[in-house]
Design a protein around this ligand. Structure first.
Ligand SMILES: [Fe+2]
Length: 131
């Protein structure tokens, strides 16, 4: 696995959340391979549906946990980050439907967003609350 890979610094310590996050990263391997193999546009189309579905499932799971912790002050902000991601997936889908080759942009966005989001919003929450 290359630059889009998972690393253990991303662990939150909550097994089911970490397993979800690792699964999200498996979607990033396909873009990397496809770009290296010069069939990137097909890749982008191929992973988007599955990734969007899995992301919604995962965000619902996280958000159900946040909702239980009434003192979590960044809840609204965190939810908003999730909504922005879902919106971006929708925008990628539209661009793919109009045959734009956005594979490199998509791969870069996904990798950057996931790492940043897990390292900041997710970890701030999971480090602060004990389960
Ligand atoms: Fe999150």
């Amino acid at each position: 696995m290359g630059s889009f890979g998972w690393n253990d610094k991303l662990l939150t310590g909550i097994t089911e959340i970490d397993d979800d996050h690792k699964t999200l990263f498996t979607y990033l391997r396909a873009p990397e391979d496809a770009i290296n193999n010069h069939n990137a546009a097909e890749m982008a189309r191929g992973i988007l549906g599955g990734l969007s579905d899995y992301t919604k499932y995962h965000f619902d799971r996280e958000e159900a946990i946040f909702t239980k912790y009434h003192g979590y002050e960044l809840k609204a902000f965190h939810f908003e980050q999730h909504r922005q991601f879902v919106k971006q997936m929708g925008s990628f889908e539209e661009q793919l439907n109009s045959n734009a080759d956005i594979s490199a942009e998509m791969a870069a966005y996904l990798s950057k967003w996931l790492v940043r989001h897990i390292m900041t919003e997710d970890k701030v929450f999971f480090d602060a609350y004990t389960f």
